[in-house]
Design a protein around this ligand. Structure first.
Ligand code: SF4
Length: 446
């Protein structure tokens, strides 16, 4: 049973050293009890106390680590029902599907598409992560060959799908370096699948229709010593999948119902053959608690909007989205290219860099750290003012990249131009447009 904040407090060092980020041990204990802090944040907890507190501090939805040690991805580990309460931690993994019935050429083409499908946005690399490898004919050799092909031709995480333990074992052995997931354990094959997952120490998807049956199944599997389970309610229509995802999340968080304290798999590929409907269903799964969503095919037109939606939902609402301060070359600038400066609010960067890119004018884009504030707000807060911008330009190293001594500032920051000219007496300060959409014409006119 979960411990109260006071019970946890009694086991803490009570030195109030603040190293955990909280002003007192009591505040930390309270945060721990409500799932808003991690036990690891206090470096002074003894091993004995750690063990005692493990249950109280463990996330109500078990985090499951997948992939090789140098590129681990996590599903689960969520602590809230609604994103605004804290944040969501583990972005839904987006998977495509390969089967043992596909030709090598078809598989290779899909692997190449997967590897090429990478989108740079707001300083992040967005891409799908996984393939479900589906057994179609019960041939362990074919599953092993398919898993090996995926290992050799991509860095995808792997979900092995089938009802024959020997077939899944062959695939798992070929893919063991990526810690593949096994699917499915059902009430009928739980003993064999559970034993296999235990032997290989791999995550296992538990699938059963109805909440009672699924709770019984996960209880049985955890009783066998398995910890890394993933839930599949067996539902294959949107209304039921939506309901099940909500029930699982709520049951795990509110009454802390342990049989449902695991991440969820949503196989939209089995809900419809229509790729547009699959995209819509996947978007519901991403918004409402899907840990992994499996599509039948990964095409850029379907995956790109899902990646953006996922980025939005899994961004911490309490932290501004920022890009790293620095100098960004756009369209291969040289020493004579113009220099544009703006703030590190991600949306500002995203829009301004996109317009510059579209202009095809080689440009140096300087991004200044304003703690994620937009131009107007940063100016009003005194973070994007003449002396601060001048200091940043002087220390940025731009003079090693460009001979140009004209600095284009945002139109909304026109008020800083006088101060900036004083700070940068060798520079010509140009006031750029207020609207990002006017940047291409402005750059071309320079
Ligand atoms: Fe107390 Fe540990 Fe936090 Fe220090 S780091 S204030 S000892 S809980």
């Amino acid at each position: 049973m979960a411990l109260t904040g006071i019970e946890i407090f009694k086991m803490l060092p009570k030195t109030n050293c603040k190293e955990c980020g909280f002003p007192t041990c009591l505040a930390f204990a309270m945060a721990l009890a409500s799932g808003k802090a991690e036990l690891d944040a206090c470096p002074y907890v003894s091993d004995e106390v750690k063990e005692k507190l493990a249950e109280a501090s463990a996330p109500p939805i078990r985090p499951i680590k997948l992939g090789p040690a140098d590129a681990v991805k996590t599903i689960g580990g969520e602590t809230v029902q609604f994103r605004h309460e804290k944040t969501f931690f583990s972005p839904t993994l987006i998977a495509g599907m390969l089967t043992t019935a596909m030709s090598d050429a078809e598989v290779d083409e899909k692997l190449k598409t997967f590897m090429d499908m990478q989108f740079e946005r707001v300083g992040l690399n967005l891409r799908p992560e996984m393939f479900a490898l589906v057994d179609k004919d019960g041939d362990a050799g074919k599953m092993s060959a398919l898993a090996k092909r995926v290992m050799d031709g991509s860095d995808a995480l792997i979900l092995l799908v089938g009802d024959k333990p020997d077939v899944l074992k062959a695939g798992a052995e070929a893919a063991k370096d990526r810690r593949p997931i096994l699917a499915y354990a059902t009430p009928e094959n739980a003993d064999a699948m559970g034993a296999l997952a235990k032997e290989l120490d791999l995550p296992l998807v538990a699938k059963a229709e109805g909440y009672d049956a699924l709770a019984e199944l996960t209880t049985k599997l955890t009783g066998m010593g398995l910890k890394d389970l993933i839930l599949d309610s067996g539902a294959r229509n949107l209304k039921q999948v939506f309901q099940d995802n909500v029930v699982f999340r709520r049951a795990a968080l509110v009454p802390k119902f342990k049989p449902f304290g695991f991440p969820v798999l949503n196989c939209v590929a089995e809900m419809t053959d229509d790729p547009v409907k699959q995209a819509l269903y996947a978007s519901v799964a991403i918004a409402k608690y899907g840990g992994i969503v499996v599509l039948s095919d990964l095409t850029p037109d379907v995956v790109f909007p899902l990646l953006l939606q996922r980025l939005n939902i899994y961004t911490d609402p309490q932290k501004p989205m920022i890009v790293t301060q620095g100098i960004y070359p756009i369209n291969n600038p040289d020493e004579n290219s113009p220099i544009v400066i703006t703030t590190n609010f991600a949306l500002t960067y995203f829009i301004v860099s996109g317009e510059i890119e579209g202009s095809k004018v080689p440009t140096w884009l300087m991004i200044m750290d304003t703690e994620g504030l937009s131009v107007m707000t940063a100016w009003a807060a005194g973070k994007f003012v003449g002396d601060a911008v001048g200091m940043f330009v002087k220390k940025s190293g731009i003079d090693e990249k460009a001979k140009t001594r004209s600095l284009i500032i945002p139109g909304y920051a026109a008020a800083i131009s006088g101060d900036l000219e004083e700070e940068l007496p060798d520079w010509k300060i140009l006031i750029g447009p207020r609207e990002a959409s006017h940047i291409p014409a402005f750059l071309k006119s320079q």
